[in-house]
Design a protein around this ligand. Sequence first.
Ligand SMILES: NC(=O)c1ccc[n+]([C@@H]2O[C@H](COP(=O)([O-])OP(=O)(O)OC[C@H]3O[C@@H](n4cnc5c(N)ncnc54)[C@H](O)[C@@H]3O)[C@@H](O)[C@H]2O)c1
Length: 448
Amino acid sequence: MKVTIFGAGYVGLSFAACLAEAGHEVLCADADPARIEGLQGGRMPLHEPGLEALVASGVAAGALRFTADERAACEHGELLFIVVNTPADAQGRVDLRHVIAVAAAIGRHRDRDALVVCKSTAPVGTAAQVEAVLGGELAQRGARHRIAVAVNPEFLREGSAVRDCRRPDRVVIGSEDPWAIGLLTRLYAPFIQDPQRQLLVMDRRSAELAKYAANAMLATRISFMNEMARVAEQAGADIEAVRRGIGADRRIGPDFLQAGVGYGGSCLAKDVRALTHAAERAGHALRILSAVAATNHEQKGRLFELMSRHFGGTLAGRTIAVWGLAFKADTDDMRDAPSLVLLERLWAAGARVRAYDPAAMPNARGIVGERDDIRWCTTAQEALQGADALAVVTEWEEFRRPDFAQLAGELNAPPTIFDGRNLYDAAQAESAGIAYYGIGRGRSSMLR
Ligand SMILES: NC(=O)c1ccc[n+]([C@@H]2O[C@H](COP(=O)([O-])OP(=O)(O)OC[C@H]3O[C@@H](n4cnc5c(N)ncnc54)[C@H](O)[C@@H]3O)[C@@H](O)[C@H]2O)c1
C-alpha cells in the first residue's frame, strides 16, 4: 500500500521503516529540511537500536523515501499518517499546531480520496478538529473527494521502537468507518498474528483517550513503586525483593515496577499533564494523577538527596561521575531526562560533573551548553577518574556489570556509588570496599 508519514521523529521514522520492510511503499516527510537532507544522505537524526540498518535497507529496496516537499507528501499515500510532535506546556495545554498544519496541508494539496490517520498523541476531540480543518480546506477549493480521518495511537517504547512496531501487543483503530477500518487492517496485517485479540476497533474518542490512559497507568506504576521505595527505605526492606514479590502476581505483572530516578522522556510526564489539564477543564480533578506527577517530581531529586546526606550536606568542591544522561537506556532522547535535574542540583551545590553516556551526549551538550563544571568523557571509565562518587542514572547495558575492584581504584577514597537504577548487588559492591546507595534498598552495612 502507498503510505505517507508526516514526521520523521522517533515514532514516525521507526514506523516508516517497519512499514517499508513489510512491503509498503512509504514516503516519509518532515518539516525540518535538514533532517530530510540528512536522511536522504544516509545520516540518522536519532538513536534507536536496529533502525539505521532498517532505514538503509528500505531505501536500498526503493520502499522508503524521504521528502521535505509537502505537496508531494500529500499526493503520495492512500493512507496519510500524522506523526508529528504534540508538546504540552507546564499547565498541560497541548500544542496542536503541527497536527493542524499537516491537516491543512492535506486539505490544500490532496486531490484524491484518502485516509488521514492521527497517530500523534493528542487530546480527545483532535481527530474531529483535524476533520474540520481538512473539510474547511476542501470546501474552500470546491473539492468533492473523500478524506476520512481515523485515530491510531502509538504505544511503542523508545529503545525498542523497531521491535515494538514489528510485534505490537495490540493495534488500536479509532474509527467507525468500515472503509477506514479495512485499510488499517490491511496495512497492519504483516504485524499481527492474532487479529481477534490484537486488533482493537473502537470509536475515535475512545482511541484518543486509550493512549492517555495507557501512559497514565504506566506513570502511576512507576510513581507507586517510587513511593514504596521510600517505605522500604524506612522499613529496612529491599524494594527489589518487594518488586519481585508483587511482579510475579499475574494480576499485577512484572513490567514498569522499577523504582529509580523517576520517569522522564517525551511522553509520560507530558501526557499525564495533558490528561490532568483536560479533565480539570471538564470540571474533574484527577487526584491520583496529580499525586503521580508530584511523586515523580520529588523522585528526580532523590539521588541528589542521598548524595547530600552522604557528604554531610556539602557538595561544594566534590566531583561526581555520572553514568547515563538519556532518560532511559538505548536512546539518545534527553527530553525531560532525570539526569538534567541531578546536574542542575549538583552545579547549584558547587559540585563538578564528569559525564558519560553511550548515545545521548550530543543532545545533552546541546541542552546544557559548554560550561566549566562538566567534563564530557568518552568512556565510562574515564568519567570515574578523580571523582568522589559515581551516580548511575541510566540503565545502559554497559553499566550493568562493572569490575568493582577497578571501579574502587578509579574513584577517590572512600569510593561511593549512588545507584539510581538499582543495577548492582549491594553486598558485591561493599565487598570491594565501596559504599553503596540504591533506591529503596535499606541501609547496607557501610551506610551511615
Ligand atoms: N517518542 C515516543 O516514545 C512516543 C511513543 C508513542 C507516541 N508518541 C507520540 O508520537 C508523536 C511523535 O513523537 P516523536 O517522539 O516521534 O516526536 P519527535 O519530536 O521525535 O518527531 C516529530 C517530528 O515531526 C516533525 N514535524 C513537525 N511538524 C511537521 C509538519 N508540519 N510536517 C512534517 N513533519 C513535521 C518534526 O520536525 C519532528 O522531526 C507525539 O505526539 C508523541 O506524543 C511518542
